[in-house]
Design a protein around this ligand. Sequence first.
Ligand SMILES: NC(=O)C1=CN([C@@H]2O[C@H](COP(=O)(O)OP(=O)(O)OC[C@H]3O[C@@H](n4cnc5c(N)ncnc54)[C@H](OP(=O)(O)O)[C@@H]3O)[C@@H](O)[C@H]2O)[C@@H](O)CC1
Ligand SMILES: Nc1ncnc2c1ncn2[C@@H]1O[C@H](COP(=O)(O)OP(=O)(O)O)[C@@H](O)[C@H]1O
Ligand SMILES: [K+]
Length: 531
Amino acid sequence: MLLSAAQMQRVDATAVEQGINSFELMCSAGQAVADTAVELLQNRSGTFLVLAGPGNNGGDGAIAAQELAGRGYQVVVVRFLVEAEAGMASGNEAELRDADRAFAQWRGVTFAYTLQQEQVDQQLREMIDQSDVIIDALFGAGLKRPLQGLVAQLVEQVNMACAKVLAVDVPSGLNGNTHGVDGVCIKADTTVTFFLHKPAHFLYPGRELCGRKTLAQIGLSKAQLNPDWPLCVLNEPDFFLPALPVLGQEGHKFDRGHVLVRSGPLQSTGASRLSAQTALECGAGLVTLASSNEALSVNAAHLTAVMLKPCDNISQWQLILQDQRINTVIVGPGNGVDAATRGCSLAALQADKHCVLDADALSCWTNTSDREQLFEALLAARYTAILTPHTGEFERLFGELSDGNDQVQPRSRLHLACAAARLVKAVVVFKGADTVIAAPDGRSAINANAPPWLATAGAGDVLAGVIASLSAQGMSAFEAACAGVWMHGQAAMELGYPMSAEHLATRLPQVVHALSPVNKKGFGETELVKR
Ligand SMILES: NC(=O)C1=CN([C@@H]2O[C@H](COP(=O)(O)OP(=O)(O)OC[C@H]3O[C@@H](n4cnc5c(N)ncnc54)[C@H](OP(=O)(O)O)[C@@H]3O)[C@@H](O)[C@H]2O)[C@@H](O)CC1
Ligand SMILES: Nc1ncnc2c1ncn2[C@@H]1O[C@H](COP(=O)(O)OP(=O)(O)O)[C@@H](O)[C@H]1O
Ligand SMILES: [K+]
């Protein structure tokens, strides 16, 4: 599960209400930071520079400093305070804030700066240049506004330094609620975070700014989670494995679904064939490609197990949809941005089938009244449809979207996908390097296994095929989408760079094979019990 920065602060507060000592949490966090910092030195000697901000993120840094000094390392600490607080780090320990308490325990020298100071001075520059590992404990979950003045300059200096950079919780500048960076941000080699990862660690630009990610347990548990929070997960097999198709010993091909794919016209048939072929190879019992008569022979020349049906107009499409055995439909790949694609999309949604709308079936709703027609059909559909837009398609379809949460601005791909899914009551697969899958009930998943070479012509058509295949075989829309997106990324990883969509389509069955529980069941073996 992933938590926003605000949720994480709520977890912290709940833990305290339940009697957990917040300073002990900070001590555990600081120790985890120290452990990771030592790993970054890779058994060499060296100097650590701790840049500590005014809040608890800085407190984690102070604990880490003490821990590292206790292990014999050379540590330099620089603390940045808001002017009014400067010099507060003394007094009765019991009355001090956790961060001040952490500093009260730090036995080394602290160089103090106020955040109001205009510029990075020579002393600070030299400390940065002379350190081997810089611990960025400036801002974590409490970052509220863009970095400015001294800290903004400081971040730029750190990013240019030769030292390895370890970010505490999040790289300073990355906002754990909006998941974005407004201005500058630390670029870390490693980020150590606590209890659970945050969406900002896996969405761009955070995924890159975090570097390697490590997770430390500091004494928090699921007891501190609010069960009403909508589930947001990192998309991994553990999440969707239990929902993968199961085959009965006496199963019929129709038990594994029949996928109908709408072909494009004569000059653009390849995309829909990629979808159809993938759907079949990923386990659907049958796949039919509905093709115009004009394109029939081209399609026939390329297909063997995929069946073909002539379809020249909307009434023929509706007739095909009447076949009760067809349970899943793909509209869009190579279909054309036109009224026919609009009509076929609406007919599919109205036909009580599982629907995957991709590509042109997302781009063809050019004016507001068209879009309203689509949204109405999605809301009225018997089964939750799956929409698979990339950024351009998403913007065309949901351009003026508001998620009603003006507190979180600007909104990330995660917020947008969730808002879109809620709006049209469909599963939205918002494709990109950090694909987000969102369900209308508020659940969401962020995918992080896709390599950049997956961005190749036709990869989206293959994705529509695998998702439709899993959907046809009985997986729910959200789980089919999550599994399909992960398998798609995994197949691309296994193939390596370079790769074409055709390769991807032929590799996907191996990924399905490796994950599927059916291959571990031992069908066909006869168990002989000898007495
Ligand atoms: N959650 C947990 O379970 C645990 C959390 N732990 C740790 O606590 C961290 C969260 O601590 P936190 O809440 O004190 O916030 P933090 O990030 O230190 O910043 C707050 C300070 O920054 C200031 N400030 C903000 N933006 C600014 C800007 N742009 N420019 C300048 N100033 C800015 C802000 O000032 P203000 O805006 O309020 O005036 C305030 O003074 C979390 O990331 C983790 O490391 C662990 O100890 C263990 C358990
Ligand atoms: N930088 C990237 N890293 C990983 N995956 C990417 C990246 N860019 C795009 N993708 C993935 O590549 C696929 C491209 O699909 P799409 O945009 O529909 O292309 P096409 O229309 O050519 O099939 C999507 O699954 C998307 O998530
Ligand atoms: K930080």
